[in-house]
Write a new protein. Structure first.
Length: 225
């Protein structure tokens, strides 16, 4: 029954899916007293586990503005972004593995066979021969830009606290001020053993990925470093 419901859900238009997700997550947000906007591949699974005890999906801040109840809109709202060059390496490794590791809520890739193609043999071929030729909005959420998750159509940030993956302590401090009993964040849904994302890049790839995710680079002030 549950799997049948999930199958039907996946056939719904994207906008309908997102509206349903806002409705279904409302009781959990109200119980926790805070709303987390989960940008894919930016430490979100660990935060969701600490706040809600489960994976919550990737609700966009604009969806909460559009479909959230007045009680939900009154709650504090936060999100975490990640350096786009680092995030892309994590996303690439994530889909290559078919999912994440660590934690009970580690994510899984839908139809992982679609990534078992020659373009994914190396990170360079993935970027140049696959990613650069596609509409990011139609890809897996892990490859989509971060801005649409936290901003409105005009680029305005729709969360009260916009943290960074590179400084999770600041976001944890923000949360502890509001939720004193919040447990420590555990590592969940990792893409594999830790790596230095810079080792995946050539000068040409740095420039190409920077242009692909130019909106995120500019809006959130990131650079390759």
């Amino acid at each position: 029954m549950l799997e049948a419901a999930r199958t039907i859900y996946r056939t719904l238009p994207s906008g309908v899916q997102r509206r349903v997700l806002v409705t279904r997550r409302t009781p959990l947000w109200l119980k926790a007293g805070i709303v987390f906007v989960h940008v894919p591949k930016a430490a979100g699974t660990a935060v969701n586990e600490a706040l809600y005890g489960r994976f919550m999906g990737h609700v966009r801040a604009a969806d909460i503005e559009r479909w959230g109840s007045s009680a939900v809109k009154a709650l504090p709202r936060f999100a975490i972004t990640r350096n786009p060059w680092d995030r892309l390496v994590s996303a690439y490794r994530f889909v290559k593995r078919g999912g994440g590791i660590g934690g009970t809520n580690a994510g899984r890739v839908l139809h992982p066979e679609q990534y078992l193609v020659p373009e994914f043999d190396t990170f360079e071929t993935f970027v140049t021969n696959w990613l650069a030729k596609r509409d990011l909005r139609r890809l897996d959420l892990a490859f989509q830009p971060q801005s649409p998750f936290v901003c409105n159509a005009d680029g305005g940030v729709l969360v009260d606290h916009l943290g960074r993956f590179e400084d999770l302590d600041a976001t944890y401090a923000y949360l502890r001020e509001r939720l004193p009993n919040l447990p420590p964040l555990a590592e969940s849904n990792a893409s594999g053993t830790p790596v230095d994302y810079r080792s995946f890049y050539t000068p040409d790839l740095i420039e190409l990925v920077g242009s692909i995710y130019a909106e995120d680079v500019t809006r959130f002030g990131y650079r390759f470093e």
